[in-house]
Design a protein around this ligand. Structure first.
Ligand SMILES: Cc1ncc(COP(=O)(O)O)c(C=O)c1O
Length: 387
């Protein structure tokens, strides 16, 4: 059995989510929009699940729109922020946003990417200086999927509100939700996106939080479900599973934060002791406890990931959706890493199921494979891969 170290790509289904999903398949299979008893039973369970989720996220049930996942939630927020605006509009987004933010934003308006420091923290003064009367939306990430940096979302949103009260704020919480407690009301944002599969819910269900009073023009038109903000029959069972996964994850979030942080620090000690040239990216920032992006000169990450896979370790070169492009991701590029090092970055992301034994085995394999790759291509002159 392979050792799975790619929890930021997706997490395995939690037992509580599976149980809630199976139970709701039997009891809440009706269409929540139907007026008969089967429909109303599904509606009731859907409403209960949304109430449970909203209590965990510090918002109201009516502020939650069920989507197919994080990408759709981001796309809907961007669409909603720009809907009906005829004047030239600009979106400000941190340079390390997920591509579902950047690409949907670029389709909708002119986008200005706001830089980050070497640890992935959004440059606050650059953000504030870029706000104009044309700024319609500011996109901030709660936690980065590749290096794990946590943004100071409350401070960033307060600075945007003070300078540009007309601008909407989208907080992408897809990597933070379930790992960190998030209180949406106190963060004072207009939109927040959630992806269930990142914390043990099934794939295919996510949420967009849209603050009360913020209009949401539907991207998907049809039967006017969800107050005409997102048409399509709601999947009550998936939302019940998401509620269960979020509750279970948050019940253990604090303990897991400490445990996973200690596990990755031990892992880093093991790597760094034998490979002094190794780098842990964004290690100095406030960051997710489960994420470690490692770089080492003289290594091509795709080769390393393939060799680790053959050795039984599932890791990634960064965002799963960027895999196979042969270029450093926009996140790694934004950190300002020199190109050769950027091409070597692999991401390890762990979860509640990860053990110290698994990471000890990983350290041995990483050290062995890096040493072999470096000895095959000694010195920067022989690599030839950056052209
Ligand atoms: C930060 C971030 N935002 C958005 C997404 C997109 O989520 P989904 O895969 O559910 O569409 C991801 C997934 O990798 C992510 O890490």
């Amino acid at each position: 059995m392979a050792i799975y170290l790619d929890f930021n790509a997706t997490a395995p289904l939690l037992a509580s989510a599976r149980a809630a999903w199976l139970a709701a398949q039997d009891s809440a299979w009706g269409n929540p929009s139907s007026i008969h008893a089967s429909g109303q039973q599904a509606r009731h369970q859907l409403d209960q699940a949304k109430a449970r989720i909203s209590a965990l996220l510090g918002c109201r049930p009516a502020e939650l729109i069920v989507t197919s996942g994080g990408s759709e939630a981001n796309a809907l927020a961007i669409h909603a922020a720009l809907a009906g605006i005829a004047a030239p509009a600009e979106i400000l987004a941190s340079a390390i946003e997920h591509s579902s933010v950047l690409r949907n934003a670029e389709r909708a308006a002119r986008v200005r990417r706001i830089g980050v420091d070497a640890e992935g923290r959004m440059l606050q003064d650059e953000l504030v200086g870029a706000l104009t009367t044309q700024t319609r939306l500011v996109c901030i990430q709660f936690a980065n999927n590749e290096v794990g940096t946590l943004q100071d979302a409350a401070i960033l949103s307060a600075r945007v509100r003070a300078q540009a009260p007309h601008a909407r704020i989208l907080l992408d919480c897809c990597q933070g939700a379930g790992k960190k407690r998030i209180d949406l009301r106190s963060l004072d944002v207009d939109f927040a996106s959630i992806a269930g599969h990142k914390f043990g819910a099934p794939k295919g269900v996510g949420l967009l939080y849209a603050r009360t009073g913020v209009a949401v023009d539907a991207l998907i038109a049809g039967g006017r479900q969800q107050q005409d903000r997102r048409s399509g029959s709601e999947d009550a069972a998936a939302v019940c599973a998401l509620a269960a996964a979020l509750a279970e994850s948050l019940a253990h979030a604090e303990a897991e934060d400490g445990r996973q942080r200690a596990l990755l620090e031990a892992c880093w000690d093991g790597v760094h002791r034998v490979l002094p040239e190794a780098r842990w990216l964004a290690a100095g920032a406030a960051r997710l406890a489960n994420t470690m992006s490692l770089a080492h000169p003289g290594v091509v990450n795709e080769h390393l990931v393939a060799r680790l896979d053959l050795a039984g370790f599932e890791v990634s070169t960064g965002a799963a959706c960027m895999a196979g492009r042969g270029e450093p991701s926009h996140v790694i590029a934004a950190l300002g890493l020199e190109r050769e090092l950027a091409r070597s970055v692999i991401r390890i992301s762990i979860g509640p199921q990860t053990t110290a034994e698994e990471l000890a085995l990983f350290v041995a394999a990483y050290v062995r494979e890096v040493r072999e790759l470096v000895s095959v291509h000694p010195g920067p002159a022989s690599t030839g891969r950056d052209r």
